[in-house]
Design a protein around this ligand. Structure first.
Ligand SMILES: [Zn+2]
Length: 217
């Protein structure tokens, strides 16, 4: 275990989300956020392993499909082909775990100002939701916002607090559409978070709604 993984994590993933992740039912943005938390959290990694084992047990109860010799030969040939092997995931940087580095394609974040010193680096925006890094200066509030869908916020550096609690490195907040919250970065270190949504955000104060298509937030 590396020192980067010794954070005391108190906010974890809910069981149904781990089950959805294990079954491949989450969109890209949520999958990256879940994988990033799991990479930092021993507890959720163990719970995920249990889900994956349970999923495997279900598969084992299914009657075996007959596999043609031809298919088997092609599978074996592909396993022998080094070009067919998936690329190694990028090594975790000091604050970005492997799944975030993969979403960054190994490059540094490209920060864009949202005003008030707050910056974002958009990693993914699609019909299944959006994934971005947020940079919040010490003591600064992210404007009050609600969301149409669910929002996952994983702390990668610093800490923030809102109406629901305090979140440090490795903690993940799961907010549903009913939560209107105002995250405020702790004093000291700037807070950097990975934020994933399964629907477009609707900001109340910082950016007028008309500008949302431009910023794709
Ligand atoms: Zn956890």
């Amino acid at each position: 275990m590396t020192p980067a993984m010794t954070h005391h994590i108190t906010h974890h993933l809910p069981e149904p989300m781990l089950a959805d992740y294990a079954a491949g039912r989450l969109g890209h943005a949520f999958s990256v956020a879940v994988a990033a938390h799991v990479s930092l959290c021993d507890e959720c990694r163990a719970r995920l392993a249990a889900h994956e084992a349970a999923g495997g047990a279900v598969l084992e109860t299914l009657p075996p499909e007959p596999v043609s010799d031809d298919l088997m030969a092609r599978v074996m040939a592909r396993l022998d082909d080094p070009a067919a092997a998936p690329p190694e995931p990028p090594a975790p940087s000091s604050i970005f775990p492997g799944p975030v580095m993969a979403a960054l394609k190994g490059r540094p974040p490209r920060w864009r100002s949202l005003g008030m010193g707050i910056r974002q680096s958009l990693l993914h925006a699609g019909k299944d939701g959006s994934l971005r890094l947020l940079y919040i200066p010490p003591g600064r509030a992210v404007p009050d916002h609600g969301h149409e869908g669910r929002e996952l916020t994983l702390v990668l550096q610093g800490a923030f607090h809102d109406e629901t609690g305090h979140f440090g490195v490795g903690d993940i907040e799961v907010a549903d559409a009913s939560l209107e919250h105002t995250p405020v970065a702790d004093e000291g270190t700037p807070c950097i978070c990975l934020a994933a949504t399964d629907a477009p955000l609707r900001f109340r104060a910082l950016v007028p709604r008309l500008l949302q298509p431009i910023f794709r937030i």
